[in-house]
Design a protein. Structure first.
Length: 209
């Protein structure tokens, strides 16, 4: 039988003074933030450390999420094949795709509006959102490759055979710009890979957060 490292009471024993063991994943969470170095500890003895670890876990996740979001926004996307005065190394092709449904009724009303020159704000809004999803995918893939910009970007629309559904595809070349002063917001590019790696580690403790 194992005993709590702090109070020495037996885990789930037959006696009245037995205690419940803290789950191993929760113990790892506590140890990760260097609050303690437990292997086997009971709920009662580790309660405060457990609460502190959860609080630090939540705070750290928020910081990492902001770093990742800021990094994504900082990746510049251009249609130019050779941007003026840029010094860069081509890293690879990045692609993105998503689908959007216009809806039968929306499609019909859009036709009527187009006839009178009003256009369809609803469909335009859906397409704009779909484009932003594609651009976000391009930015994420570029960051994962170690790039800080995407050039020669092209976006296409196509019918995928399902009524009132369009596929939006985007592709470009991920590049690493060396003279970062030419970028619009070079200060936004953080170490995306490191932040993502740490967030993945912290996700192991999601059940307890």
């Amino acid at each position: 039988m194992q005993n709590c490292e702090v109070c020495s009471k037996e885990f789930n024993g037959a006696f009245f003074n037995s205690v419940d063991k803290l789950h191993s994943t929760a113990v790892k969470c506590i140890n990760y933030f260097n609050i303690a170095d437990y292997q086997h500890v009971c709920l009662k003895c580790s309660n405060q450390n457990y609460v502190d670890a959860q609080s630090r876990l939540t705070d750290r996740k928020e910081v990492l999420t902001k770093i990742i979001a800021t990094s994504i926004d900082g990746v510049q996307i251009l249609t130019n094949h050779s941007p003026f005065d840029w010094q860069y190394q081509s890293i690879g092709i990045v692609t993105a795709q998503t689908t959007v449904g216009t809806g039968v009724i929306t499609e019909f009303t859009s036709g009527l509006r187009d006839i009178v020159g009003m256009g369809s704000n609803r469909i335009n809004s859906k397409l704009a959102n779909a484009e932003e999803i594609c651009f976000a995918q391009l930015r994420v893939k570029a960051l994962l490759l170690g790039a800080n910009a995407v050039i020669a970007t092209d976006i296409d629309y196509g019918d995928i055979g399902i009524k009132s559904t369009l596929m939006i595809c985007a592709a470009g070349t991920a590049v690493k710009v060396t003279n970062t002063e030419v970028l619009l917001q070079p200060e936004k590019i953080f170490d995306y890979k490191e932040a993502t790696k740490e967030l993945q580690v912290l996700s192991e403790f999601n059940f307890f957060s």
